[in-house]
Design a binder for this molecule. Structure first.
Ligand SMILES: [Zn+2]
Length: 210
């Protein structure tokens, strides 16, 4: 059987299993989604948001891109963020990186990879700001993993620089921003960093009337 046929068959089996557990499962979700969480993760197939958090459909709004970036000109990410914060009223936004991230590793190298160069440039900028710390680590795997952590913290801070988050903090005291890293070797999420309405940011990024 072709792999594409297999996943369609698996879908039928999954739907049946859900209905056996809870006959109203799909009916309930059809009417409304009210997730508490927005997940901004890496596109890597080994870090699926729902599976690693054991959450069901309806519990998590998800955006994924290469190396879980929050880029201030990315209309896709910003649209997801605005919808999640202003319409779904999520309580938490999670930026989740993962050790061994191919995007972060590529950003530490010098090979030209085509259009993705422009995306990885944002990670090179994070490295540039922490060059001394990262270079002191020596081994490429250790360097990559530290840059994964630094990148997650940088992307959380990038969220705090948006007028979307600043507006929600000022008027609704939410959401809390979280920076996590997932370990491919044991499946565990590590909490690295968090920010909320009481966290300060560099005043140059703070809007008077967000
Ligand atoms: Zn990755």
């Amino acid at each position: 059987m072709k792999s594409i046929e297999r996943i369609l068959l698996e879908n039928k089996a999954w739907s049946k299993e859900k209905l056996m557990d809870d006959a109203d499962f799909f009916k309930r979700l059809e009417k409304i989604q009210k997730p508490d969480f927005l997940w901004i993760g890496c596109s890597d197939s080994r870090v699926p948001a729902n599976e690693v958090t054991n959450t069901d459909p309806g519990e998590m709004f998800v955006h994924r891109n290469i190396a879980n970036m929050v880029v201030h000109t990315d209309l896709n990410l910003l649209s997801v963020l605005q919808y999640a914060v202003e319409v779904l009223e999520v309580k938490h936004v999670i930026v989740c990186g993962h050790y061994g991230c191919g995007g972060v590793r590529a950003a530490l190298g010098n090979q030209s990879l085509g259009i993705i160069n422009k995306w990885l440039r944002n990670i090179k900028d994070v490295y540039h700001n922490h060059r001394d710390e990262v270079d002191a680590l020596g081994d490429i795997d250790i360097k990559t993993n530290r840059l994964v952590e630094l990148n997650v913290m940088e992307q959380v801070t990038n969220l705090a620089k948006t007028s979307i988050i600043q507006h929600a903090w000022k008027h609704h005291n939410r959401p809390t921003l979280h920076g996590w890293v997932y370990s491919l070797s044991d499946g565990i999420l590590k909490e690295l960093y968090s920010m909320d309405e009481s966290s300060g940011i560099d005043p140059i990024y703070q809007y008077d009337n967000p």
